[in-house]
Design a protein around this ligand. Structure first.
Ligand SMILES: C[S@@+](CC[C@H](N)C(=O)[O-])C[C@H]1O[C@@H](n2cnc3c(N)ncnc32)[C@H](O)[C@@H]1O
Length: 477
């Protein structure tokens, strides 16, 4: 089954609005005995097996990608189906709201443990999304092959009830935002937020946006100083398409594992177009001193070093030593020679230097990257937005005193909330009249909201990028 088939997600229609509580762990122990003999891949059992194990890890707090990596690392037979399994995991987690309603309908009275819940979620997603392609029997077979033996009777019952759901009447009686929430698989608070800030029509477009392209940039630091495609790519070059507006950036289709050699040699870096454009807007040039705050795992550090042609200096700060290990691997792989790591909390840096450019890429709610981290949709709340905006405001304050004469600040986030973007910038400008916004990236994206027209916003449905916000500021005296 090609992964593209997994990526097609027609709108689901939910049965009712009953919500399940997160399952108890009463059958977690049993899951130790989860799998029996591997069935052949023609019934998707390897994909399902890896996706099921990964879903259990996601439920325990792992990110979708980490979960698939970790689950595959523990069973070499499954490494070849990582991509398909990831598509299943992302789809299942993304559509969890509606899926849980269907699961609840299949087992209305049951106190469900984590292993059962994950199995039924995966079953529901697979049957709805793949079953429609006339493969129901093979899918059922694959699901039976991965089910813990003690769950088989429940699975049989569940499989029997799934097709019986009437999926046509379910949205009746719901408020508009509740209906849109279920149709687009978002929490109601976020739908209401988007209606309020972007208007209903634009919000529906945004919330309905499908997967964006995967972007990679050619790393000139490892490509004889050039951003053109390495000749050695041969026929693989056909899988890359130039982004016309941005030399050196390409969209890629198909499996990335075919490019593994080019990634490990540092020729390429996966980076969303908006994230790359953020660095471009900061206009780092050779010889400058750059402070990169919240730097791990190093995507921006590496792009900054490319613009600086490895001349000058970058201090990259992050408080997570675990994530900074990833940063070290990245800068080494990508041939960055001018960056120095600093493990520190940004709100108490203790630096006395001044810098030509300070980059701030703070933690945020990530509402612009729900497609890649769908579990975040179900964890966030309006309170999360408020909490992150306070943190972001503090980080910007810490940066101000480190910006040299005529120096710049680049502030960016992968979220679309006004509180974490325009409000943070407006409050900063109010308390720091020595800074002004600079116009940036005028031919890309859309202007910032609340009159901050110099800033740029990127929307998945309009720009085919992550949802992103970028502000450039300069010290004027
Ligand atoms: C959006 S990510 C940064 C991505 C990175 N700039 C890149 O391009 O690869 C946010 C980072 O902020 C870091 N962080 C969060 N709170 C921090 C703090 N108080 N001090 C330093 N780093 C922090 C996190 O560890 C995380 O790595």
């Amino acid at each position: 089954m090609p992964a593209s088939a997994y990526e097609q997600r027609p709108n689901l229609r939910p049965v009712n609005l009953a919500r399940d509580k997160v399952g108890s762990t009463n059958d977690r122990q049993k899951s130790k005995r989860v799998e029996r003999l591997p069935a052949s891949d023609s019934d998707h059992s390897s994909h399902f097996r890896l996706a099921y194990r990964a879903l259990l890890l996601v439920t325990a707090g792992a990110s979708e990608r980490d979960a698939v990596q970790r689950a595959a690392a523990s069973d070499p037979r499954l490494t070849s189906v990582k991509r398909e399994a990831l598509a299943l995991v992302l789809g299942t987690v993304s559509e969890q709201d509606v899926i849980d309603i269907l699961v609840r309908n299949g087992h209305p009275d049951e106190k469900m443990g984590v292993t059962t819940r994950c199995l039924f979620r995966l079953t529901t997603y697979a049957m709805l999304r793949l079953g429609a392609k006339g493969q129901t029997r093979r899918i059922e077979h694959g699901l039976r092959a991965i089910a813990p033996i003690e769950l088989l009777p429940k699975l049989e019952f569940f499989l029997g009830t799934l097709p019986a759901f009437d999926t046509t009447q379910m949205l009746y009686g719901l408020r508009d935002s509740e209906r849109v929430a279920l149709q687009t698989h978002h929490p109601v608070w976020w739908v209401n937020y988007c209606f309020r800030v972007f208007g209903r029509a634009e919000a529906v477009e945004l919330l309905s946006s499908r997967t964006r392209p995967r972007y990679l940039r050619v790393n000139s630091l490892k490509n004889r100083g050039k951003t053109t495609l390495p000749k050695e790519l041969g026929v693989l070059a056909e899988r890359l398409t130039k982004v016309p507006s941005t030399p050196g950036v390409y969209t890629v289709v198909g499996s990335l594992s075919d490019f593994a050699g080019f990634f490990s040699s540092g020729s390429f870096q996966m980076q969303d177009l908006a994230s790359f454009l953020a660095v471009k807007s900061g206009a780092p040039v050779p010889g400058e001193k750059v402070l990169d705050l919240c730097a791990a795992p190093g995507a921006k550090t590496a792009a900054i070093a490319q613009f600086m042609r490895n001349r000058g200096s970058i201090v990259s700060v992050d408080y997570s030593s675990r994530r900074m290990k990833g940063w070290r691997r990245e800068v080494q792989r990508l041939g960055v020679k001018i960056a120095e790591p600093m493990i520190s909390d940004v709100s108490c840096l203790g630096l006395r230097d001044s810098f030509d450019l300070v980059v701030i890429d703070p933690p945020c709610t990530g509402t612009g990257v729900f497609d890649r981290n769908p579990r975040m949709k179900w964890h966030l709340s309006p309170q999360s937005v408020a909490r992150y905006s306070i943190l972001q405001h503090h980080f910007l304050e810490s940066a101000a005193s480190l910006v040299g004469e005529r120096g710049r600040i680049l502030y960016c986030t992968c979220t679309l909330t006004v509180e974490e973007n325009e409000n943070v910038i407006s409050a900063f400008l109010k308390s720091h009249p020595e800074f002004e916004t600079r116009p940036i990236l005028e031919q890309y994206g859309s202007p910032g909201l609340l009159g901050l027209a110099d800033c740029r916003r990127f929307y998945p449905h309009r720009d085919r990028t992550a949802g992103y916000f970028i502000a450039g500021m300069q010290r004027t005296n």
